[in-house]
Design a protein around this ligand. Structure first.
Ligand SMILES: NC(=O)C1=CN([C@@H]2O[C@H](COP(=O)(O)OP(=O)(O)OC[C@H]3O[C@@H](n4cnc5c(N)ncnc54)[C@H](O)[C@@H]3O)[C@@H](O)[C@H]2O)[C@@H](O)CC1
Ligand SMILES: [K+]
Length: 489
């Protein structure tokens, strides 16, 4: 698991480290890491470093200071370095002096805009030191014009400028980096919203913040983590001991949601799946291994329920949801189950609040249930998780999973192919199967999100797919995460 630390936590850690390490030493470590990564990229992409051109976009603070020191280090490798100063009055003086001592050049963006533009446009690699952790709002117009002129590689210092450090949101022009070199640990801006894409490949440099950082605020589940957690039957297991998942979804008119959710439960684990609802014939035809019945009352015993996809929001759907919530087993409530919980608050009274519940809203469902998501998706999910004493999986390019005790994990998407009709039905089926296997509901939601996203990516392989193709790729995705776990064991 990789950690992500809120900006304020990083600042606290820095303050503690400053008590024994001078700020300038920390900055040089940070800048050295930027220089090393930039030199690597230059060597990879242009075949060397000597004689290559690097431009530094230098803002008003320490982020610009990092860029200037990185430029000074790159000079030692024979790189021609030009600093473009966006705020010459507030430039980091020691950093600039170091660069000039090392033989770097400087231009003032507002003073000689043509030379500034040329330096950026001609550079093999541009280092973005416009703003870092103190950045607020989008790029200013002068910075935007220079960023637009970049033709070479772009390395962001700490965070792409224009990305909100705490939420990853952008409110206008922002840097899109090939690589971001950050310090101590990832920040939310690297993994959330647009920031996850604009950061490019993130390198975390150790500058000695180490233990001062403490426990992360957010974790990222890697394929190896998911593979290690995925339920695997042992020699003593039979179909019941691995957990029976129940699926209450679909309707006679819309059987597809039921077929997809129930199919995902079949492929996720090797236990047993029961289905109850009006799509029993369609489910049985597609998945003969499922024990399907028309009525929820006849469903039989299960260890977890998936309820909601294609359920409808009428009286019949409400009765099914009430029945499921009353069973005292973990529930994954998706789609219409969420809409029903939003429109009929009495349904909450049926639920034993100690029984695990996973809610899987997209933004519109979330808004119905708990108000607008807003720009801080982690805060929104955390709030809803606490309010409903439920795990809340907020869907998006980056999926956020919050537990009622405040734990948050995010799953980063490789691409957007899984955003297709029926995809959510598959996700809820995966979660239900993992809940039935007895997994911690927060991890169940996170692992399911990871495998779901990987299955979408594998199935798509560069072309659009439907949810059925995503579903068919689930076994391959499970194989891959298990192989990753075996490789890292
Ligand atoms: N404090 C530390 O210990 C270390 C800090 N480091 C660097 O220092 C950075 C933080 O530096 P600072 O706190 O000085 O601040 P920044 O360099 O992030 O920002 C500087 C100033 O830019 C202005 N600004 C804010 N938003 C802007 C926008 N959209 N466009 C233009 N200007 C804007 C603000 O006046 C802000 O104070 C980190 O991101 C990291 O790069 C590293 O050197 C490692 C050590
Ligand atoms: K930056």
């Amino acid at each position: 698991m990789r950690g992500v630390w809120a900006v304020e936590r990083v600042r606290d850690a820095e303050r503690r480290v400053f008590e024994r390490t001078p700020e300038a030493a920390l900055m040089r470590r940070a800048a050295f890491a930027v220089a090393v990564r930039s030199a690597e990229l230059l060597a990879e992409q242009t075949g060397g470093t000597s004689g290559r051109r690097v431009a530094l976009l230098v803002g008003a603070g320490n982020n610009g200071g990092d860029a200037l020191w990185a430029g000074a280090f790159l000079r030692r490798r024979g790189v021609a370095v030009t600093a473009v100063l966006l705020a010459p009055d507030r430039v980091h003086a020691e950093g600039l002096a170091a660069l000039l001592r090392a033989g770097g050049r400087r231009v003032v963006a507002s003073g000689d805009s043509e030379a500034a533009r040329d330096a950026v446009a001609d550079a093999d690699l541009v280092i973005d030191g416009i703003v870092g952790l103190s950045g607020r709002g989008p790029l200013r117009p002068d910075a935007e014009a220079l960023v637009d002129a970049v033709t070479g590689l772009l390395v962001a210092v700490d965070l792409p400028s224009g990305v909100d450090p705490d939420t990853g949101a952008v409110a206008g022009p922002a840097v899109g980096a090939d690589v971001t070199v950050t310090f101590g640990g990832r920040k939310p801006g690297h993994v959330l919203a647009e920031g996850a894409v604009l950061s490019g490949a993130v390198t975390v440099a150790d500058i000695g913040l180490g233990e001062a950082l403490g426990e992360p605020d957010i974790v990222l589940l890697d394929p190896a983590d998911i593979g290690a957690l995925w339920p695997v039957p042992g020699p003593e297991d039979d179909k019941y001991t691995q957990g029976v998942a129940g699926v209450a979804a679909g309707s006679a008119t819309y059987p597809g949601a039921a077929v997809l959710a129930a199919g995902a439960a079949v492929l996720a684990t090797s236990g047993m799946v029961r289905y109850a609802g009006p799509a029993a014939d369609a489910v049985r035809t597609r998945w003969p291994e499922i024990v399907a019945t028309g009525s929820i009352a006849d469903a039989g015993r299960v260890q977890a329920w998936v309820v909601g996809p294609g359920l409808g929001t009428g009286a019949a759907g409400r009765d099914v949801l009430a029945h499921v919530l009353d069973q005292g087993v973990p529930v994954c409530a998706d789609a219409d189950a969420i809409n029903l919980l939003a429109s009929t608050p009495e349904l909450w009274d049926v639920r034993d609040p100690e029984t695990p519940l996973v809610l899987t809203p997209h933004d519109r469902e979330f808004a119905r249930l708990a108000g607008e998501v807003g720009t801080d998706r982690v805060a929104a999910a955390r709030r809803a998780a606490e309010r409903y004493n439920a795990v809340v999986l907020l869907k998006g390019h980056t999926t956020v999973v919050a537990a009622p005790d405040g734990r948050v994990l995010v799953n980063q998407a490789r691409g957007a192919w899984p955003a297709t009709a029926g995809s959510g039905d598959v996700l809820s089926g995966l979660i239900g199967a993992l809940l039935a296997a007895g997994m911690d509901p927060w991890l169940a939601a996170g692992c399911a999100a990871g495998v779901h996203e990987l299955a979408g990516d594998l199935a798509a392989d560069g072309a659009p797919i439907g949810a059925s193709a995503l579903l068919r790729a689930v076994p391959d995705a499970v194989r891959r995460v298990r192989a990753a776990a075996a490789a890292s064991a």
